[in-house]
Design a protein. Structure first.
Length: 178
C-alpha cells in the first residue's frame, strides 16, 4: 500500500527518473512532471503530501508557485533541490516562500529519504492536531464543556489519558506538542 503521494517537479529527465525510482522503492506514490502548470494541476487533482522541486522551472517563478501551494495546501512538505547558485537574499526568499528543506545538487540520492520522511511525519502530526482541535471544538459546541479562551488541545489530550491526581484538566507542560 502506498505511503503518501509525492510530486516531483524538475526540468531534468534524469533527476525525475532517479527520484521517482528511489521514492517508489519506498512505496511512495510518485507523480513526476516537468512544468509548473502540470504540478499545479496534479496538486489540485490528487492529495499530494509533498513536493520535491527544482528552483528554476520554466520562465515563471517557482517561489510564486510554492507560495500559492502553501496557501492552498498549508501542510504540504516542500523540498528544493537545485544546481543553481543562489545569493543569501535568494536563499532567504526560498525559505520564506515555504520551502522546508533546501539542497544543492549534486547530492547523493540517499540524503533525500530521511528529510522526506521527517517532513511528511511532521505534516501528519500537524494534520492530526488539526483533526483533534476540530473534534474538540465540536465537543464544546455540544455543551460537553464550557468554552474558555484558555482551553487548549492539550486539555483534550489529557482528557483522553486521564486528569491529574486532583482531577484537574491541565498538563504540567503546556508546550506539549502532538
Amino acid at each position: 500500500m502506498p505511503k503518501e503521494t509525492v510530486l516531483i517537479l524538475d526540468r531534468e529527465t534524469h533527476t525525475r527518473w532517479v527520484l521517482k525510482a528511489l521514492l517508489e522503492s519506498e512505496n511512495y506514490l510518485v507523480i513526476a512532471v516537468d512544468t509548473m502548470e502540470r504540478a499545479l494541476q496534479n496538486f489540485a487533482e490528487f492529495e499530494v503530501s509533498g513536493l520535491i522541486t527544482e528552483y528554476r522551472i520554466d520562465q515563471a517563478s517557482t517561489l510564486d508557485m510554492i507560495r500559492e501551494l502553501k496557501t492552498r495546501f498549508t501542510e504540504a512538505y516542500v523540498m528544493m533541490l537545485t544546481a543553481d547558485e543562489v545569493t543569501e537574499k535568494e536563499y532567504e526568499e526560498i525559505i520564506s516562500a515555504g520551502v522546508d528543506d533546501y539542497f544543492v545538487k549534486p547530492l547523493p540520492s540517499w540524503k533525500v529519504l530521511p528529510h522526506l520522511r521527517k517532513g511528511l511525519k511532521h505534516r501528519g502530526l500537524v494534520l492530526h492536531k488539526k483533526r483533534l482541535e476540530q473534534e474538540f471544538r465540536g465537543m464544546k459546541g455540544k455543551g460537553e464543556k464550557s468554552a474558555s479562551p484558555h482551553d487548549t488541545i492539550e486539555e483534550k489530550v489529557e482528557g483522553e489519558v486521564g486528569g491529574n491526581a486532583k482531577g484537574e484538566r491541565r498538563l504540567s507542560n503546556s508546550k506539549t506538542v502532538l
